[in-house]
Design a protein. Structure first.
Length: 135
């Protein structure tokens, strides 16, 4: 009975991560030199697309999402981390969209070399939706 209850709780926990309604977006991506890139893979939810670190002509650093797609969820965050456990992590911001092309400007405090994994993290339920390893 305990096992059945645990399975039901896990099902509702994972299903509840599909509540929010993030927009789709296709913003103009910053042009520049690609420093590193990685493909998203799904963890708790199907996630796909490409993550890139780019530097523009002015020297600004961006985390770029191309052809990105994941499921909706509450309180989805973009984190940089050295592992998929998100410990430690550096928050980039709220996930802008669940589908499309978009970017985040990274300030000097974001160490994308050490924290070479881009995590899509459901903070409300501590669930990793998907990740990309930057190489």
């Amino acid at each position: 009975m305990k096992k059945f209850f645990s399975i039901i709780c896990l099902f509702f926990l994972l299903a509840s991560c599909k509540k929010s309604a993030l927009e789709n977006t296709n913003e103009t991506l910053p042009a520049g030199t690609t420093i590193s890139t990685g493909n998203f893979t799904g963890n708790a939810h199907t996630t796909s697309g490409t993550a890139k670190i780019t530097r523009d002509a002015a020297g600004k650093i961006f985390l770029v999402f191309e052809n990105f797609k994941t499921d909706n969820g509450p309180d989805l965050r973009v984190w940089l981390s050295p592992n998929n456990n998100a410990s430690p992590y550096q928050e980039v911001g709220l996930l802008k969209a669940v589908n499309g092309n978009f970017s985040y400007e990274l300030d000097a405090s974001k160490n994308y070399t050490v924290n070479n994994r881009v995590l899509i993290w459901c903070q409300g339920f501590s669930i990793l939706f998907g990740n990309a390893v930057l190489q």
